[in-house]
Ligand binder design. Structure first.
Ligand SMILES: Cc1cc2nc3c(=O)[nH]c(=O)nc-3n(C[C@H](O)[C@H](O)[C@H](O)COP(=O)(O)OP(=O)(O)OC[C@H]3O[C@@H](n4cnc5c(N)ncnc54)[C@H](O)[C@@H]3O)c2cc1C
Length: 304
């Protein structure tokens, strides 16, 4: 063990790319290999709103999410074209609830009763919204600017020599022989922008309406053990009906795309070093939300 000056990162989703950026910034040479290139990954399907969804344990997730929040917020000033915006919104609830367990991760959160008919209360806060089509391109560009490489390679096992950072998401089932990471299927419908400037979320369902600059992502589903990446028309209709409960204008919105992704859910995120492998996978429904926080810890485990 000890500090490495060269690593192979496996995985070109948001987790692998963000780890690669932080490692390169720390002076480590990085070669990234992946079966799917950034825009083909699960990460490309994410809504993507900063929100600690389906990821544990609570204490580590809160700390990683808090770090990422601050980095995304800063990026909106330093790199306004990277695809990240700070957007206000409300998570609605059927009954009045105390603060969420991840409260310490956001600077401000207000309890409100200004919610659509059918809900009793909510939490309003401003949070990063990431347009993954733009952002993954920006992250990949950062890796290359910093001297890293990205190569398509379908591995049947983790590389056996040198230090490896394993960010394979669901691929860890094979590469780390870890059957505790399971697919949780999520379907979304992308519709035209209607001038919407706030996001809405009902975590039961889940139902969410996330406005980006040019379109709106409406979700979703959360089906454990379902491996199908084919969008279902019935599910899409149900998603739009649920979304219209939060934002009625969605009823007449033009549909642009249907997308499905398989979230890599694990009982707890795996972030640890075992010999020459740093494992970093199982971020569930929060890979974007946790990305900068886990990347910092990966750099520490690599020993820089
Ligand atoms: C519908 C939906 C909505 C979501 N919304 C949000 C959201 O709003 N906010 C949020 O934070 N998160 C959200 N998520 C979750 C988020 O997308 C995931 O947590 C995140 O994408 C996981 O990133 P990752 O880099 O670990 O994995 P992935 O993006 O899956 O990348 C894994 C990489 O590993 C590579 N790999 C795997 N196996 C091999 C192999 N054998 N050889 C070589 N390479 C391999 C893959 O090719 C890929 O490049 C959403 C997910 C879905 C499906």
């Amino acid at each position: 063990m000890g500090g490495a000056d060269r690593v192979i990162v496996v995985g070109a989703g948001v987790v692998g790319l963000t780890c690669a950026v932080r490692l390169l910034e720390a002076g480590v040479r990085v070669d990234l290999v992946a079966r799917d290139l950034p825009r083909e990954t699960t990460s490309a399907v994410a809504a993507a709103i900063w929100y600690p969804y389906r990821a544990l344990p609570q204490d580590r997730v809160t700390a990683w999410a808090r770090t990422s929040y601050a980095v995304f917020d800063a990026l909106t000033d330093t790199d306004p074209d990277c695809g990240v915006r700070m957007v206000p919104g409300t998570e609605v609830q059927r009954t009045v609830r105390p603060d969420p367990w991840w409260r310490a991760a956001v600077p401000e959160l207000e309890h409100t009763v200004d919610v659509p008919a059918g809900w009793a209360a909510g939490w309003s806060f401003t949070t990063p919204v990431v347009d993954m089509g733009v952002y993954l391109g920006w992250l990949g560009g950062r890796v290359e600017e910093l001297g890293g490489t990205i190569t398509r390679l379908n591995l049947s096992a983790l590389p056996a020599s040198g230090l490896v950072v394993n960010c394979a998401g669901l691929g860890a089932r094979l590469l780390a022989t870890d059957r505790t990471v399971v697919p949780v299927r999520g379907q979304v419908v992308v519709v035209e922008q209607l001038g919407l400037e706030r996001w809405w979320l009902d975590a039961t369902g889940p139902t969410y309406v996330v406005p980006r600059e040019r379109d709106i992502v409406v979700g979703g589903t959360d089906i454990e053990g379902d491996w199908s990446r084919t969008p279902s028309p019935q599910t899409a209709a149900d998603i739009l009906a649920r979304g219209a409960g939060l934002v009625p204008e969605l009823r007449d919105a033009r549909v642009l795309r249907h997308r499905v992704g398989l979230r890599p859910v694990r009982p707890a995120v795996r972030l640890e070093r075992v010999g020459d492998v740093v494992h970093c996978y199982g971020h569930g429904g929060a890979g974007v939300t946790l990305s900068w926080g886990v990347a910092e810890e990966v750099v520490a485990l690599v020993g820089r």
